[in-house]
Design a protein around this ligand. Sequence first.
Ligand SMILES: Nc1ncnc2c1ncn2[C@@H]1O[C@H](COP(=O)(O)OP(=O)(O)OP(=O)(O)O)[C@@H](O)[C@H]1O
Ligand SMILES: [Mg+2]
Length: 435
Amino acid sequence: MALHELYAAAGKPSVRMVSRAIHARNDMRDHVSHETMSAMLRGRNLPRWSKAESVARQLADWSAGETDGERVLRDLYQLWLRAEDVRESSPEGDSLSPVSHPPASVSSTKPAAENHFVGRRDALRQLEDWISHDEKPIVLITGSPGVGKSALLNRFVEASRSDFPDGILLTDLHDRQQLPRAPSDVLGGLLSRLGVAPTGIPPELPDRVSLYRALLTGRRTLVAFDNADTAEQLRPLLPAVPGPRVLVATRRAMHGVAAREGAATLALASLPHDEAIEVLTVAIGADRVRQEPADADAIVELCGGLPLALRIAGAQLAVHPNWSLRELRRRLTDARIDTLSLDDPLADIGVLLEGSLSAVSSAATHLLRELSMRGPEEFEIEAVQTLLGADGSVSERLVNELSNVSLISGPDQRGKYFIHDLVRAFIREKRSTAQ
Ligand SMILES: Nc1ncnc2c1ncn2[C@@H]1O[C@H](COP(=O)(O)OP(=O)(O)OP(=O)(O)O)[C@@H](O)[C@H]1O
Ligand SMILES: [Mg+2]
């Protein structure tokens, strides 16, 4: 059904009415001007798909009794793609914008300025490998706060557009307050993006799950979730198998999802030195790094190669143009966690680590303290037994608790665990302020 038929089925509302309704839905992906909309409804212009989609969705809602919203949107998208082909082969076609994204749309969770992505070649290759084979349709990207899970997820999604002709659904599972979103709300949004009119979205969670799974069955879609909180939040959002590929970024290890749903895990570690230097270089410019190379090296070490810490360090230098790299190094040496905090809870290493720490038991907190003050950076479970004077199963439980929220990482293939230097600095500084 072409757009003008949809327009007729919706009762030929005025352009103003459509515009108001789009705003009322708070569909801020794209503002659609009256001119664009009039030209579009008259078939004179073809805006970006996201704009066309906003208008079409609204019209589909109003004609819900007479049309099948999802089918209409799909038909419309096909028409739109064909028109795009014509445009691309036509020299006068410049007034139309390029293909932005298919109906199951990508929306980046990061501002453009943050998109200077560095390295992670192995991780990207591994993701590509999993995603292109059928055995592991679900991949969890895990790791500590600020290690670069979201950055990697976004990078992969951007690079994979052409591999997913049925589109990419990228969703942040945190709300604006950084709290976990309820699966039912998330599904409401996903169903809407899959073309279901608001009236067609079932009120109950199980029905939403069924409809969502039915709509995605057999589709070559990439479903990506950033900031997944728990397995309970994630499970209702997993499509049925066989179906789309699923990529999840989470601070939690989610061993249960790996076991029950057969998810693969990509545990992200800090950046190697050369890539970490590159992140710092992007932030402060090559000249400054070249002028004080030894201090740049030391800063990268003090940040433990953690991308967020490097970004904050870079931002501190931008905020304090009078600081040399040596001065920043000195401050990081004296008060690491304080120096790695900007006036923003999302850019404050202390706040992030405190958040992870609040999720574990007091016994696990005690273990982390002991490890930070007395333990080596790399350790085996036996060292924990010795440190705590506890038996194997207690030690294992506490270690699991800490690794589940990425306060420590491991075990690796040698059975070794690892405590990040920033975590140790955090515990030490916390302790010295408490004293
Ligand atoms: N490979 C990279 N290249 C350049 N910048 C990066 C890279 N990885 C991460 N960053 C930057 O580091 C910061 C933290 O990364 P990101 O937000 O991806 O961490 P995260 O692991 O998702 O953290 P959280 O657990 O808090 O969600 C961001 O500013 C991001 O842009
Ligand atoms: Mg993230």
